[in-house]
Design a protein around this ligand. Structure first.
Ligand code: PLP
Length: 417
C-alpha cells in the first residue's frame, strides 16, 4: 500500500466527527488513560451490562429467589440470548442457543455432525486453528476411536485441495486468531458440501466483528464466544448454531436434563428436545448469561455493514500511521492487506513482541501477545475512535524509539498473555 498523503491528527479528528458509530462509545465504561486494543480477546464493559448484573443479583436472585426462573424468564435465557446472537450472525430464529463454553459446544456440534456421517470419519482442519478446537477433536477421537473420528490437518494453502469425498466434517475458524486471516465462508462451505462433507464454523473472532451470514451460506453448524466482540464479560457463555434442516436427525452425547423434551417430567429415559434445545446440557449460568443478554442490547441498532467499514478503516489508519514512523519498520505485518481476507485485528511479527506488548500495556495501550512472536491489536468499532489509533501508534513509536521495551521488567512472563 502506498499513501501519498500523510495522515494527520486533524484528519482523524474529522473522521470521528463523520463517524455514524461515534455515539456508541458512550454505551461503554472505558477506564481513563487507557487505549483498549484487545476487545478481540475480552470486550470492554457496556454500562448496561453492569446495571443488569447488579439487578439480577440483588433483585432477581436476592428478592425473587427461585421464582425468577418463571418470573424473570431465566429458563428461556438460552433461547432469547441465542436469537439475539442469531440476528448478528445471519441466523433465522430458533437455530441458535446460548450455553457452556466454545470448547464444550464444539464437542457437541462435532458429535452432531459426525452422527450424520456414519460412513466417514475424517475431520479436516488447518494447522493454525485455535488449539482448543483441535484438542477437542483429539479428545473425541480418544473416546470413539479413530475409525469414527480422525483429525486431519493441512496448511491454509493446501486446504481446498484437501476437501475430498473422505471428509466427514470441515472444521474451520473463520478469522485466524493469530494472523487475522479471514476465510471465505460461502465458498469453503460450498466446496465441502459438494463433496458430501458437513461444515462447522468457529466464529470466535467474527461474530460481532463483521457481518456473518450463516443461513445464506448454508452453514451446517457454528459455534462462538460471548466474551470477545459481544462484550458479554469474562467467561461469558458461548453459543451454538445448528441449521434447522438437521434438527430432527442429529444427536449429541452430552444429554443433560436441559436438553430433554420435558425436563420437569423427570423421566427415567432421555428423549431429546425438538429443535435447538437439544444442545442444552445443564442449568444455564444465569448471572453471566444475563450480563451477555444486556451487552447484546448495545448491538440492537447497529448496522453490521457500517461496523465492518469502520473496523477496516481503523485498521487501515493504524497501518498507515505505522508506516509513517521509520522506527516501526521492524514490525512485520502478517495480516493480509486485502479487506476480503482479514477480520478486525492486525498482527505483527517482532522478535521482542512480548516485551513490546508489556511496555505498551504499561503506557496504557492494551494489546496482546501470541506465541511465539506476535503482537496482536484488535479494532472494536463500537468504542474506539480514530484519534485513539493516532495516540496508540504515537505511544508504540515512543516505546520503540526510546528502547523502553528493552527494560528487563518487560521480560517477565505472565500466566496470561
Ligand atoms: C477464544 C477462542 C475460543 C475459546 O474457547 P473457550 O472454550 O470459550 O475458552 C475457541 N475457539 C477460538 C477460535 C477462539 O478464538
Amino acid at each position: 500500500m502506498t499513501h501519498d498523503v500523510k495522515l494527520t491528527y486533524a484528519a482523524l479528528k474529522q473522521c470521528d466527527l463523520d463517524d455514524p458509530l461515534l455515539a456508541k462509545r458512550a454505551a461503554f465504561h472505558l477506564p481513563d488513560n487507557t487505549l483498549y486494543l484487545d476487545g478481540n480477546s475480552l470486550g470492554a464493559m457496556p454500562k448496561i451490562a453492569a446495571e443488569r448484573a447488579a439487578e439480577v443479583v440483588s433483585q432477581q436472585w436476592g428478592e425473587h429467589l427461585i421464582t425468577s426462573w418463571n418470573r424473570h424468564n431465566w429458563i428461556d435465557l438460552p433461547f432469547s440470548v441465542g436469537d439475539k446472537i442469531g440476528r448478528l450472525i445471519g441466523a433465522a430464529p430458533g437455530q441458535v442457543v446460548c450455553c457452556d463454553s466454545t470448547s464444550v459446544n464444539l464437542f457437541k456440534v462435532l458429535c452432531a455432525a459426525l452422527s450424520l456421517q456414519p460412513k466417514r470419519h475424517t475431520v479436516l482442519s488447518v494447522n493454525g486453528n485455535f488449539p482448543t478446537d483441535l484438542y477437542m477433536v483429539e479428545g473425541l477421537s480418544q473416546v470413539t476411536g479413530t475409525q469414527r473420528c480422525q483429525l486431519k490437518l493441512v496448511d491454509d494453502a493446501k486446504l481446498e485441495a484437501a476437501i475430498n469425498q473422505e471428509v466427514a466434517v470441515l472444521l474451520l475458524t473463520q478469522v485466524d486468531f493469530r494472523s487475522g486471516r479471514l476465510f471465505d465462508m460461502a465458498k469453503l462451505t460450498r466446496l465441502a458440501q459438494d463433496k458430501g462433507a458437513l461444515v462447522i464454523w468457529d466464529l470466535a473472532h467474527s461474530a460481532g466483528a463483521l457481518p456473518v451470514a450463516v443461513d445464506e451460506c448454508n452453514v451446517d453448524f457454528a459455534i462462538g464466544c460471548g466474551y470477545k466482540y459481544f462484550n458479554g464479560g469474562p467467561g461469558a457463555p458461548a453459543f451454538i448454531y445448528a441449521a434447522r434442516r438437521h434438527h430432527s436427525t442429529i444427536s449429541q452425547p452430552l444429554t443433560g436434563w436441559m436438553g430433554h423434551k420435558t425436563p420437569f417430567s423427570f423421566d427415567t429415559r432421555y428423549e431429546k428436545a425438538p429443535g435447538i434445545a437439544q444442545f442444552l446440557t445443564g442449568t444455564p449460568a444465569v448471572l453471566s448469561m444475563s450480563v451477555l443478554d444486556a451487552a447484546l442490547e448495545v448491538f440492537a441498532d447497529v448496522d453490521m455493514q457500517q461496523l465492518r467499514q469502520k473496523s477496516l478503516a481503523l485498521s487501515d489508519c493504524f497501518q498507515q500511521l505505522l508506516s509513517q514512523h521509520e522506527c516501526l519498520r521492524g514490525l512485520e505485518r502478517i495480516t493480509p492487506y486485502n479487506a476480503d481476507e482479514r477480520g478486525s485485528q492486525l498482527a505483527y511479527r517482532h522478535p521482542d513482541a512480548y516485551a513490546l506488548c508489556q511496555a505498551l500495556i504499561k503506557q496504557g495501550v492494551i494489546a496482546d501477545f501470541r506465541a511465539p512472536d506476535i503482537l496482536r491489536l484488535g479494532f472494536t468499532p463500537l468504542y474506539l475512535r480514530y484519534v485513539d489509533i493516532w495516540t496508540a501508534v504515537e505511544i508504540l513509536a515512543d516505546v520503540m524509539r526510546s528502547g523502553e521495551y528493552l527494560k528487563t521488567e518487560y521480560q517477565v512472563k505472565h500466566k496470561v498473555t
